[in-house]
Design a protein around this ligand. Sequence first.
Ligand code: EPU
Length: 333
Amino acid sequence: MRITEHSRLKDFNTFGIDAHADCIVEWSSVQELQAILPELDRPILPIGQGSNLLFMNDFHGTILKSAIQSVDILHKSDDHVLVRAGSGVIWDDFVSLAVMKGWWGVENLTAIPGQVGAAAVQNIGAYGVEAKDVIETVQTVCLADGSTRDFNVSECGYAYRQSIFKKELNHQYAVSHVIFDLGLKPAPKLGYGALEQEVMRLGEPTLNNISSAVRNIRDSKLPDPAILGNAGSFFMNPVIPSSQYESLKSKYPDIPSYTAGNDMVKVPAGWLIDHAGWKGRALGPAAVYERQALVLVNTGGATGQDIKALADAIIADVREKYSITLSTEVNYI
Ligand code: EPU
């Protein structure tokens, strides 16, 4: 366990916001967390790699960061493997391990920043796959009393970038481990966008080629947070009624869409922001990334307020132009 008082948060959030926290506790086991919990100053904020949050101010309380690094096979059958990963495992390392071992299910989620625990909280998704598709159980520690609680996937309230851990139980549980149900038989999912084309360019749809294809596509349009502070998609793709989409389409014939069921349509926020003229624009040290309008970047020394000011300006403009109110995927702290 590592405890750091009055700690800089710059290296604990991928936006590179230079705020401070009263205390950061990096915990390495459930027992360790249970032992220290009663002594921690509240509020307590569990974080992963800080790849989906924006610090608006200094944080007066305790930040909990998991350092649980284990990966264990719990059960193996002819066509499935149940794998338990510690919440502190870097998500992309877990994906690389799965690809190397021949475990199918997470290859489309290659190169997403963050840790295993946060992936389960955020229900990360890309190229037609979401974390919930492969999660079996989320194992947690209750921050109120230290008790452990396992949530079966059906109890996690999963939806697009949403879970019970972000809503009803927000900041009430720290994830210790996630159990994944992965496949041992080839099951490529290539239906999304340009993925199939990029895989075919590399060869057969093997785990390796799919993972490399996703990495290539992401590298071509998403900034590396180690070089340019960002939190991936800043906004969620809005889901609107089909009727509203039809009237937008008559005005903007090239507006893309994905079906969302129930007579609803998902529209790419990146397209709306781009076509509203925001791509590459800056407001002080906060800017819209020039290759993907869904991503806001810190061009140097931005505060949480700077980033939010840009986000608010975009939300207001998109609302005025398209009558759609964007919601953020990034969580303001
Ligand atoms: N588009 C534009 N201009 C832009 C960006 C996008 O016109 O600046 C258009 C594209 O041409 C395309 C459509 O918008 O027709 C969708 O773009 P893209 O395929 O890049 O995906 P996205 O909807 O922008 C979502 C996820 C990403 C995920 C990709 C691939 C959300 C909020 N974002 O982005 O997730 O990697 O699909 O599956 O759902 C993340 O959550 O941090 C993230 C990067």
